[in-house]
Each structure stands twice: as C-alpha cells, then as structure tokens.
Design a binder for this molecule. Structure first.
Ligand SMILES: CC(C)(COP(=O)(O)OP(=O)(O)OC[C@H]1O[C@@H](n2cnc3c(N)ncnc32)[C@H](O)[C@@H]1OP(=O)(O)O)[C@@H](O)C(=O)NCCC(=O)NCCS
Length: 165
C-alpha cells in the first residue's frame, strides 16, 4: 500500500472511486451520485490540479482504493483553516489502515502550510467507522448540525469536528 498526491492523470480513477462512494454511501456525503456523474472530466481534473484543493490517493493491490481531500480557504481571514473532504476507502480494502494513512497524509500536508492552524470536517451522525477514525487521528467534536442532509425521505444530522495543527 502506498499514498501519493493525485494529479490530472488520475482523474478517471478518482471520478470512478468518488462515484462508487456516493452510490454506495449516500448518507455519508452531501454530494449525490446523480449530481456528480454529470460533471465533465475537466471538473474532476480541476479538483486534482486546483490551487485550493489537494487530494491524496491510497493505492492497494496496484490500484487506487482510497481517497481524501484537503481544501484551503482563499479569503484572508479564513486562511488559517482547511477542510477535510471526500474521505473514502473501497469496501474490499477497509480496516487495513488505509483510512488512517490518508488522514495522516492530509495532516502532514496541513503542517507544511505556513499559518494553517486547524482542520475542520463533518461526519454524518451514526457513521461509527468514520467518527472513530477521525477521533483516533485527534479530531474533536465541536457541534452537531441538525437535519444536515436529506437522502430520500430521511434526514441526517452532521457532527462537526476539528483538530488543531
Ligand atoms: C471511514 C473509512 C474511510 C475508514 O477507512 P479504513 O481504511 O477502513 O480505516 P482504517 O483501517 O485506517 O481504520 C482506522 C481507524 O478507524 C476506525 N474504524 C475503521 N473502521 C471501523 C469500523 N468498521 N468500525 C469502527 N471503527 C472503525 C478505528 O478507530 C480504526 O482504528 P483501529 O484499527 O486502531 O481500531 C471507510 O470505512 C469508508 O470509506 N467508509 C464509507 C465512506 C465514509 O463513511 N466516508 C467518510 C465520510 S465523512
């Protein structure tokens, strides 16, 4: 298993893995598979090459099997904050440490950005695997957003977490 920063050459695999994530775990993500499946490849490329996003991939058995993103803030007064987004590890390779390694890569990246003080993220209430992973990586809950996402007829709360850098 290895972790590397993704670039435009990974756009097709990144797209496929994110669509798998949105399809199999609709409650875990705010974006829907229908919304994202309609985006052109250039949109996925721009996520991997944009100045304000960094995306890491975990490779297992020679293929992209996990992903996480870190989004930086353009506004001067918010540049001390970053947001962790798009965390996903494919079902066949879970509970082997890929998720942990991806979060560590994001933390290392954050540490290399001068002036960055904290990382925020949200996780759907009841998602024990993700909540435990973030807690294990030092994130602390600071809030609960009621009715944050609607999936079909059901509403789900989102836990807000943060970690100091
Ligand atoms: C959450 C997710 C990324 C974890 O990835 P993973 O590679 O299986 O995680 P790891 O093997 O690195 O586990 C790291 C820690 O996470 C926690 N964890 C992982 N899977 C867990 C599970 N099924 N139940 C409880 N805790 C779990 C544990 O604290 C674990 O540490 P430990 O092994 O010392 O107990 C993965 O389950 C996933 O992609 N889920 C679906 C999408 C999702 O929920 N994304 C998060 C959106 S916020």
């Amino acid at each position: 298993m290895w972790i590397e920063r993704l670039d435009a050459s990974h756009a097709l695999d990144y797209r496929a893995l994110m669509l798998e994530a949105y399809d199999l775990h609709p409650q875990a993500f705010t974006s829907s598979v229908r919304e994202r499946a309609g985006m052109p490849l250039s949109w996925w490329e721009s996520r991997l090459t944009g100045k304000l996003d960094v995306v890491f991939g975990a490779f297992a058995e020679g293929r992209l099997a996990g992903i996480v993103g870190l989004a930086f803030e353009p506004r001067e007064k918010a540049r001390h904050k970053a947001t962790l987004f798009g965390m996903y590890v494919s079902g066949q390779v879970r509970q082997r440490g890929l998720g942990y390694a991806l979060v560590q890569a994001a933390l290392d990246e954050a540490q290399s950005h001068q002036g960055l003080r904290l990382i925020q993220l949200t996780v759907t209430a009841g998602n024990a695997a993700a909540f435990n992973l973030y807690q294990r990586c030092g994130f602390i809950q600071y809030g609960l957003e009621p009715l944050a996402v609607r999936v079909g007829e059901d509403y789900f709360d989102k836990i807000h977490m943060w970690r100091e850098i």
